[in-house]
Design a binder for this molecule. Structure first.
Ligand SMILES: Nc1nc2c(ncn2[C@@H]2O[C@H](COP(=O)(O)OP(=O)(O)OP(=O)(O)O)[C@@H](O)[C@H]2O)c(=O)[nH]1
Ligand SMILES: [Mg+2]
Length: 341
């Protein structure tokens, strides 16, 4: 790996010294990916490993950002330094919601949340939380690479906990949350919401369930549905022996009711992880996932190069004129790329 370039190194040093603007710029580089992002990964590496990584997911509009804002308020009052990474939903369903997220969470976080809005950097008020929205702009694998790196960066900067908010609709999003130390799944009263969460694969990854919008009718029904599903997964042996049955916590994020219980459940799960040795398993899984995503990206680049090489262009032409099958062409290119398998 090449030496981190100078400007990235300087920014890293500034960010380490508490300059929020510098951290915002580093996060923009992480978001873009490429060599600068790689350099940041190298620089942060010796400093990571302390933060409690918490994933918060759930359907669009479940109240994840509102709840996260309440948690951030609670944590900063308690003297913690939380960081929040709100992954910009690329889904057209929720597109545009992120600006609202930013404003709402900025109100609570005390100001700066990104390089663009780090105006509070010079204010006298001690700012302990750092909140950042991250857009991955449709890069394939962008989210899978940028999120773990941003988490590492926050961790290296001494932020703890690091909270990741994602909409629980796609596999990548579920994976991101599943790779956290503690995965919080937010459901709301509404027809079959618990069933939807189950379908989206969120039941398996949940360490803590939050029934948010408990001020609305039907909250207790959702709770009951979740209990039943958990009983069922227990009966069918999905729950490991000595495992952790995810608690179900009621919350009204709108006014903060229950946020303290949500955080208590999250902390309790961390204790369980530490006591049982499972925290190392999570870390192991996270590292494997991250290395795999990096390899996939690097291989993807080499595949593109191979397709654009003379050999690639010739092979495409041969498939076009019928003298070779796509399977044979791909095998030949792979042989060239990786050596005979
Ligand atoms: N009644 C009620 N409304 C809530 C509660 N929590 C959040 N809301 C409202 O639900 C809406 C969505 O809240 P968000 O926090 O943006 O939800 P989200 O899950 O972050 O949404 P996306 O990021 O767009 O998926 C907002 O209008 C909130 O004010 C709650 O406890 N009760
Ligand atoms: Mg949100």
């Amino acid at each position: 790996m090449s030496r981190a370039n100078r400007s990235v190194e300087e920014l890293y040093g500034e960010a380490k010294g508490g300059r929020r603007l510098a951290l915002g710029r580093l996060l923009t580089m992480v978001e873009r990916g490429g060599v600068d992002a790689e350099s940041i990964g190298e620089l942060a590496n010796p400093d990571v490993g302390k933060a409690h990584i918490v994933g918060i997911t759930g359907a669009p509009g479940a109240g994840k950002s509102t709840l996260t804002g309440q948690l951030v308020a609670l944590l900063t009052v308690a003297g913690r330094r939380p960081a929040v990474l709100a992954v910009d939903p690329s889904s057209p369903l929720t597109g545009g919601a992120i600006l609202g997220d930013r404003i709402r969470m900025d109100d609570i976080g005390g100001g700066s949340s990104s390089s663009e809005s780090a105006a509070g950097a010079g204010s006298a008020r001690p700012e302990t939380a750092f909140i950042r929205s991250m857009a991955t702009r449709g890069h394939s694998g962008g989210l899978a690479l940028a999120v773990p790196l941003a988490v590492r960066l926050f961790d290296a900067m001494g932020y703890d906990p690091v909270i990741i908010e994602t909409v629980g609709v796609g596999q990548v999003e579920v994976d991101v949350v599943g790779a956290a130390d503690t995965a919080v799944v937010v459901v709301t009263p509404g027809m079959g919401d618990a069933v939807q969460a189950n379908k989206a694969g969120l039941l398996e990854v949940a360490d803590v369930f939050v029934v948010n919008k408990a001020d609305r009718p039907g909250a207790n029904d959702v709770r009951r549905d979740l209990e039943l599903m958990l009983d069922l997964s227990h009966v069918t042996g999905q729950e490991e022996v000595g495992g952790h049955r995810p608690p179900i916590v009621m919350s009204t994020a709108l006014d903060g009711t229950g946020a303290d219980s949500v955080w208590a459940a999250v902390e309790e799960h961390l204790l369980f992880l530490n006591d049982s040795g499972r925290r190392l398993d999570r870390r192991h899984h996270r590292i494997r996932t991250e290395i795999r995503a990096l390899m996939e990206q690097a291989l993807g680049r080499r595949i593109d190069d191979a397709m654009n090489s003379t050999m690639g262009i010739d092979l495409v032409a041969q498939v076009e004129d019928g003298s070779r099958s796509p399977t044979a062409a791909s095998a030949q290119l792979l042989d060239r790329l990786l050596g005979p398998q």
